[in-house]
Design a protein around this ligand. Structure first.
Ligand code: UDP
Length: 333
């Protein structure tokens, strides 16, 4: 099979490409390197099964050609990361909505299967824990920039489901919950790579707010396995499916855990949301997925324990630091 992965040089995209190549599929990556990087796919570039295009999801002509040549489209290209969204709301909304529209329009011509990435952010401020796919979405006001990401992704979901209902384009909508692992960068505000880096540097670990907010962290290997299983089953078509781990931890607890696992001497600091993001920033207090639907459809649910995830991220960042130290000293032998 030939898979087109938009956002293929990104964190999740590059891990997915790796797995598909491993099982012998053809993979075409499209990425504009806005948040993805060549570093993420360097180890895949020599594969004869791989083709990549450094271009925008809004290049209609190219999208039409790439979709036409592929059997399946995995649409991951999006503006991601709360920091990026707060800083560049126009880009967030336009990239997320226009990109998905472009992909669906192209896929509709020959009714190609499209798996499109949404996010747990769409549940917004809902307090109905765990979050179930059919539950209400509770977003904050439009004057608070953070919610533009959730709204843009909710619109993507409506669009994808409408293409299925009205035009019979087979679509699968997945809602990713805090996905973490090697190659994720902390540059766009994601908490785990930031905490691990701060701990390895023995700097302060910056907890935003009072640290009582909680999240569930899913290993990217589990995420990718879930995606592949969904792509391989007809039962996923026309469905919205959560992908996440259910092991919940407060952000303050995460800081403590990262400190312990890395043996760091770091101190934990508390930074008010106003300073970390923007005045009036609203956080989500709890975010726990219900993964019954994923398990019912695929027989699989993410189970990698948080400790193992932290250790993997820490060894990835240690190796990366060691490599750049060798580059600086010119000692690469
Ligand atoms: N966070 C933090 N320190 C950081 C980055 C994030 O305390 O350096 C907090 C953030 O305010 C949120 C949680 O960690 O409550 C998860 O943030 P992230 O951006 O990773 O994902 P989100 O769940 O907000 O999409």
């Amino acid at each position: 099979m030939r898979y087109l992965i938009t956002g293929g040089a990104g964190f999740i995209g590059s891990h997915l490409a790796e797995k598909l190549l491993e099982r012998g599929d053809q993979v075409v990556l499209l990425d504009n390197l806005s948040t993805g990087s060549m570093e993420n796919i360097r180890h895949l570039k020599s594969s004869p099964q791989l083709e990549y295009h450094l271009d925008s999801i809004e290049n209609r002509q190219l999208i039409a050609e790439l979709v036409d040549e592929s059997d399946v489209i995995v649409h991951l290209a999006a503006a991601v990361g709360v920091r990026l969204i707060v800083e560049s709301p126009v880009r967030t909304i336009e990239t997320n909505v226009n990109g998905t529209q472009m992909i669906l329009e192209a896929a509709a011509k020959k009714r190609k299967l499209v798996l499109t990435a949404s996010t747990s952010e769409v549940y917004g401020k809902s307090t109905q824990i765990p979050f179930r796919e059919e539950s209400d979405l509770v977003l904050g006001p439009t004057t608070k920039g953070r919610w533009s990401y959730a709204a843009s992704k909710a619109l993507d979901e409506f669009l994808a489901l409408s293409y299925w209902k009205e035009k019979k384009v087979p679509v699968i909508v997945v809602r990713f919950f805090n996905t973490v692992g090697p190659r994720q960068t902390g540059r766009y505000g994601m908490v785990l790579p930031n905490f691990v880096k701060q701990a390895l540097d023995n700097g302060t670990i910056d907890v935003y707010g009072d640290g009582k907010q909680s999240r569930c962290f899913c290993d990217v290997r589990d995420t990718v396995q879930a995606v592949i299983k969904l792509l391989d089953t007809e039962r996923a078509i026309g469905e919205v499916i959560n992908i996440g781990n259910t092991e919940e931890i407060t952000i303050e607890g995460l800081a403590q855990r990262v400190k312990e696992r890395t043996g760091s001497a770091s101190k934990i600091a508390y930074i008010p949301y106003d300073k970390a993001y923007e005045p009036g920033f609203e956080d989500m207090m709890r975010r726990v997925p219900c993964v019954e639907k994923l398990e019912a459809i695929t027989g699989f649910r993410p189970r990698t324990p948080l400790n193992e995830i932290i250790d993997r991220v820490a060894s990835y960042l240690r190796e990366k630091a060691a490599l750049s130290a060798r580059v600086v000293t010119g000692n690469l032998a």
